[in-house]
Ligand binder design. Sequence first.
Ligand SMILES: Cc1ncc(COP(=O)(O)O)c(C=O)c1O
Length: 326
Amino acid sequence: MPPYAFFHKQFVPLSEAKIGVLTHALHYGTACFEGIRGNWDSKQKRFCLFRIRDHYERMLGGCRILKIKLPYSVDKLCQLTAALLERSGYKEDVYIRPLAYKSSEAVGVRLHNLDDDFLIVMTTLPPYLDAENGVRCCTSSWRRVDDTMIPPRGKICGIYVNSALAKTEAWENGFDEAILLTQDGHVSEGSGENIFLVLGGRLITPPSSDNILMGITRDTVMKLAKNELRIDTIERQVDRSELYVAEECFFTGTAANLAPILEIDHRPIGSGKIGKVTAKLQKLFAEVMVGRNSRYPEWYYLVSPKAVRHSVVIKRESPRDLPAKP
Ligand SMILES: Cc1ncc(COP(=O)(O)O)c(C=O)c1O
């Protein structure tokens, strides 16, 4: 079964979803996206679209920043995603990428007087960081973009040049990931992850005012720590040197999951091995992300693919005909 895309308001084979070379978003980064995990539970034979509503709420926030008008509610976006997932026939974990973008084929930097469009594609995703064994990081020589430059609270495409510069610098210097500081030298986040420290038995993470993306995994981990382990999280400014003296450190993100940080700037963090709090949170997170913790039903959007479907190519289907939320 070929993979499909939702493109120009229709489900089409991925190979047919093409944009023109003058598309505004391609030239100017005028788009915003999401990364959503569809976690396949082989026992229950179903996908758990983890916190999909929160992802789409955040994307709609990014659309407001970029003046992109989408004709879909959060409910409708969830239904479109579920329908695309069913149609694509996957039986393994998938990474779902919705993109809202300035679609006019027009030259000229601006946000106004342009058409908007929306697409969804999905793919399998190899492990993004080595969450099992932990990662080695460096502090980047690049600084995190500021809210006064490109607002980091939206996953705005253009902003990811900042992340790409930092990631490649880290990789070329032999590290797994970069940690970016703010303009005034406080810890912000990884190139595609939020960061946590364990200090004095509590969790500490940079606040939204330090130009982080307000991560959904970050929020999940804070809630799991509080509800399941009775560990509070303090959201406050973090100095670079606090990273070096932390008992434990880890990244959170949809792609990275919960990835222990074992070393920063050639200094071992804590014992240099995966810490106890990190390991407990990893275990809890692994359970919730497949929809196996009944205490958090609001985080799960379950999709059970039917046994035989869509053996013929289905195109030009109206979004109005999509199945209701399962
Ligand atoms: C820059 C950045 N920070 C943090 C995150 C983590 O956010 P989330 O947990 O919502 O995936 C991501 C990933 O989307 C990201 O790109």
